[in-house]
Design a protein around this ligand. Structure first.
Ligand code: GLN
Length: 303
């Protein structure tokens, strides 16, 4: 398969894609991003590595980071992770509070904010310098040691993150947050503020496609663990639009309100898209379209 020509075709089509959606407004710093950016990068197990458009421009990965924090927690704690976070789709928006009440503080999955906060709490408990140690992990899996937090974005979210503060306090009232709420929120806002290019994100997601092994050959998770996280991304990675993404694209993936998506086809490729215009579910409209075109043109989806 010549992915270079497929990506070029997708780029041409993306240029005439109708302008739909708006840039995230909940984090003021993100609202400043040019809505018309579009990039895509694909990297294959057999060594093809190709990007189009704004694929070398950094963007805020936001909730895509949740796939990477749960990876680190799962690699450290194994199945114990699932004692405090579930593995079921929520069918609710990413920042919803409602299910927590009747599910006694056990978030449905690690990709909604409540679940990601519990995962953040696990990492805060485990590490002496959680933010630094998580950053080192990201640099290792991406093979890029310049990846960093955007402190302005982290601060902007801290200033306006009342709902996440509510979620974290609510979780703590059920005993499912062990550390100080402010420390957990601080970690969470930093993980969301990580900046990557599409190329760096596709490289970071490589191990999900490569049975747990990074591009440089480091085993991050076992084959079985990767199977489980891919299953979770497939069923929960797009919140209450996970069914739609599965229907249209048919790949495990994770979205973020910075407009990024990381996705993969096991044993074949990992891919990242970036377009800041979001639909009403908080997922990138053009990114989803580009991935739908990718699996339609190549016939490469897990279904
Ligand atoms: N930092 C954002 C928040 O917690 C992440 C949300 C997202 O990307 N879906 O609201």
């Amino acid at each position: 398969m010549n992915f270079e020509s497929v990506l070029k075709e997708i780029y041409t089509e993306a240029k005439s894609f109708p302008v739909i959606g708006t840039v995230a407004s909940t984090i003021p710093e993100l609202a400043k991003i040019d809505p018309n950016k579009f990039g895509m990068h694909l990297t294959t197990i057999d060594g093809q590595d190709f990007g189009i458009g704004d694929s070398n421009e950094k963007f805020s990965i936001q909730s895509v980071s949740k796939a990477l924090t749960v990876t680190l927690a799962f690699s450290l704690l194994g199945e114990k992770v699932w004692e405090r976070v579930g593995v079921e789709p929520s069918g609710n928006p990413f920042n919803s509070l409602v299910q927590l009440e009747y599910e006694k503080g056990i978030p449905r999955n690690p990709f909604i904010n409540a679940g990601a906060l519990v995962i953040a709490d696990m990492l805060v408990t485990h590490f002496k310098n959680p933010k630094q140690d998580f950053l080192e992990f990201i640099r290792t899996i991406s093979g890029c040691d310049t990846i960093d937090y955007n402190l302005k974005v982290a601060q902007s979210e801290k200033d306006t993150g009342f709902r996440n503060a509510a979620l974290c306090n609510f979780l703590k009232s059920f005993g499912n947050i062990q550390n100080d709420v402010d420390v957990v929120l601080d970690f969470y806002f930093h993980q969301c503020s990580l900046e990557m290019t599409c190329k760096e994100l596709a490289h970071s997601f490589f191990f999900f496609a490569n049975e747990g092994k990074t591009k440089s050959g480091q085993q991050i998770l076992t084959q079985s663990q990767v199977k489980r996280l891919n299953a979770l991304m497939q069923t929960c990675g797009f919140y209450d639009e996970s069914g739609e993404f599965t229907y249209k694209v048919g790949l495990p993936g994770k979205s973020g309100i910075g407009g990024g998506i990381g996705a993969l086809f096991p044993q074949h490729f990992s891919v990242a898209t970036w377009s800041p215009r979001l639909n009403e579910k908080g997922n990138s409209e053009l990114g989803m379209y580009a991935l739908e075109q990718l699996t339609t043109k190549t016939g490469m989806s897990i279904f």
